[in-house]
Write a protein that binds this ligand. Structure first.
Ligand SMILES: NC(=O)C1=CN([C@@H]2O[C@H](COP(=O)(O)OP(=O)(O)OC[C@H]3O[C@@H](n4cnc5c(N)ncnc54)[C@H](OP(=O)(O)O)[C@@H]3O)[C@@H](O)[C@H]2O)C=CC1
Ligand SMILES: O=C(O)C(=O)CO
Length: 322
């Protein structure tokens, strides 16, 4: 019998070949878990848990009796109750550095698709309409203001990649200095100015109690009616019902969403029927390279902690395993 047992409860993978490869030579049994019920059955024997977006709430954590570490295969760890884990001295780690390139590229792709109306034109041509003037006017990129909500790793890369298009870029992030923003040619502004002045708002804050529905009716009413909103952060950062109303009533020009409040969405989610909405299936992080990097790094973190070495990316600092 192996020394350690490690369940992998992750909806973003189809098998655990990469996890097994990365675990080679380490005395551990790794098992692929498909749902909550299956996880609860094995939780008590888990020495470590690898997860992606599965809900690791207080009740699930209650079943973990010998677990030392939970690793999120990803950056955002809003699906894990890190406080409940810390109370049981379970270290929670994420992988903060595997897809900054991919998400920033995807964000730029969404911004360009929205402003240049690529899906709208494509739809028209496929329906036999060869006419540039049948859609609302397109603005020159270099006349537009790009506003970044949050100015962490991904937003900074978005700024760096967006600069050559000529945007003026502003950001709201109370946790970074104006000097840092200045290094990227970005003006740090308050939230209200960001909302009122931006032609495109791109969201890059983590989801937390503080940021839940950060964008709702009151914010949409302050935005320019010609403005676009792009979300590659987390679905619940936007109140989707309010967004739908704002788009339908021409309070906003369009939205590009990689993330939704419910993933996958209900087929009748009204946002999906709007012509000025682009949706991708939480794919911003994905490339063959980032996927492998992510999965390997998650396993490496587990191996470090089970070998009594300090983790690289602990997100609940108050937990410590002796
Ligand atoms: N769609 C996808 O495939 C992916 C989505 N993501 C999402 O992107 C998010 C951002 O990732 P990344 O840039 O790497 O994360 P970072 O932690 O590097 O950046 C987030 C920034 O937002 C700041 N912040 C926190 N709260 C607020 C607030 N209320 N208002 C303004 N700024 C705030 C943070 O400050 P501080 O550090 O002090 O908290 C930090 O500077 C992730 O949390 C995740 O949810 C990530 C990867 C893939
Ligand atoms: O890394 C993240 O936070 C993602 O959203 C991709 O799973």
């Amino acid at each position: 019998m192996a020394k350690y047992y490690i369940p992998v409860w992750s909806s973003i993978i189809k098998d655990i070949e990469i996890e097994k490869q990365e675990m080679a030579g380490f005395d551990a049994e790794v098992e692929f878990i498909r749902d909550r019920e299956e996880f609860i059955k094995v939780a008590a024997k888990a020495d470590a848990v690898i997860t992606a977006d599965s809900k690791i709430d207080r009740s699930i954590i209650g079943n973990l009796v010998k677990c030392k570490i939970i690793v999120r295969q990803g950056i955002g760890f809003d699906n894990i109750d890190i406080k409940a884990a810390a109370e049981k001295n379970i270290i929670v780690c994420n992988v903060p550095d595997y897809c900054t390139d991919e998400v920033s590229d995807h964000t730029i792709a969404l911004i360009l698709s929205l402003v240049r109306k690529v899906p709208v034109y494509s739809g028209l041509v496929k329906n036999g309409i060869w006419d540039i003037k049948s859609v609302s006017p397109i603005r020159r990129l270099s006349t537009l203001i790009l506003g970044l909500a949050g100015f962490g790793k991904i937003a900074r890369e978005v700024a760096r990649k967006a600069k050559p298009f000529g945007f003026r870029i502003m950001a709201f992030d109370p946790y970074v200095s104006p000097q840092l923003a200045g290094e990227y040619g970005v003006d740090l502004v308050n939230f209200e100015d960001l909302i009122k002045e931006s032609d495109i708002i791109s969201i890059h804050v983590p989801l937390s109690k503080e940021t839940l529905h950060l964008f709702d009716k009151t914010k949409f009413n302050l935005m320019k009616p010609t403005a676009y909103i792009v979300n590659t952060g987390r679905g619940p950062l936007i109140n989707e019902k309010d967004l739908y109303e704002a788009l339908k009533n021409n309070r906003l020009a369009g939205a590009a969403l990689d993330v939704l409040e419910q993933e996958p969405p209900q087929k009748d989610n009204p946002l999906l029927a709007l012509e000025n909405v682009i949706v991708t299936p939480h794919a911003a992080f994905y490339s063959e390279e980032s996927y492998i990097d992510l999965r390997r790094k998650a396993v490496q973190e587990v191996k470090r902690v089970l070998s009594n070495q300090p983790p690289l990316n602990q997100v609940n600092k108050s937990a410590s395993v002796k």
